[in-house]
Ligand binder design. Structure first.
Ligand code: FES
Length: 105
């Protein structure tokens, strides 16, 4: 699937990854700036915060309880906030657009 990351400065980074890759890995593996992912995807650092584009929120689903608790620690949380390590890309999500925050902490 194709994912487009839009960084805080409005730069677009398009990345193609295989299905099963998380949004976090797609960014880290392709040098997209703005995601730190200090815990490596263990849902315990919240430095992989992203905002799912509103048009995609229905398809990505919502954060579960544990993820929601982690989202309490991010800078500038919004309705669209997610941890990017908790979104797994599939053909269903081909074309996904996520926005990256100005800072992860
Ligand atoms: Fe640490 Fe997502 S990479 S919570």
């Amino acid at each position: 699937p194709l994912v487009t990351f839009i960084t805080h400065d409005q730069a677009e980074h398009e990345v193609h990854v295989t299905a099963g890759t998380t949004v976090m890995r797609a960014a880290i593996g392709n040098g997209v700036p703005g995601i730190l992912a200090e815990c490596g995807g263990a849902r315990s650092c919240a430095t992989c915060h992203c905002y799912v584009d509103e048009a995609w929120m229905e398809k990505t689903g919502v954060a579960d309880e544990v993820e929601s608790e982690m989202l309490d620690f991010v800078m500038e949380p919004r309705e669209t906030s997610r941890l990017s390590c908790q979104i797994t890309l599939s053909d269903e999500l081909d074309g996904l657009v996520v926005h990256l925050p100005a800072s992860q902490f």
